[in-house]
Design a protein around this ligand. Sequence first.
Ligand SMILES: [Fe+2]
Ligand SMILES: [Fe+2]
Length: 186
Amino acid sequence: MKIDENLHWILSFYRTSEISGALFFGELARSLRPSAIQQDMTRHFADEANHARYWTDCLEKLGVEPLKLPVAYQNQYLAAAGMPTNLMEILAITQVFEKRVVSQYSLHRESPDVPDIVTETIDTIMEDEKWHIQWIRDALTEMEDEYGADNIKDTLRRFTLADREVYQKTAQEHKERLGELRLATK
Ligand SMILES: [Fe+2]
Ligand SMILES: [Fe+2]
């Protein structure tokens, strides 16, 4: 089966992005002190590594190899939002990013002519992504005493703005490839 060139690119983009997530959270899991956060972060990075595997398998089933793509989406995040300086900020930027991932996968799922294997892969991944948002939200709530609820809210707002900026820039840059996903309007 020969798949659409744009779909090939998008699925490769997802794969690359999941790998970047796995590496980022893996580094964190290695450096954190033993704690509930360390445990959740370890599960989180294992999930992201699996997601990269699911996309790799999905591409194979569609009869193509993953494309090697240059700069990861996540790197642009850090450039736009500034490097997080503490664990709360890391969790806040992660929360914003995970929400973006969920909305992107939902959007893709609802788009026209999505192959069944892609829908199945998204559904499998989404189960984990829901948990990612949930554990980070809980961890941020627990950090309110230490960092201040307002400060956390402000941080989330700052990263949300950076997220919008990077997403719109990416959507614009890859307009032709992403056109069918109606990305540019979101
Ligand atoms: Fe993921
Ligand atoms: Fe995730």
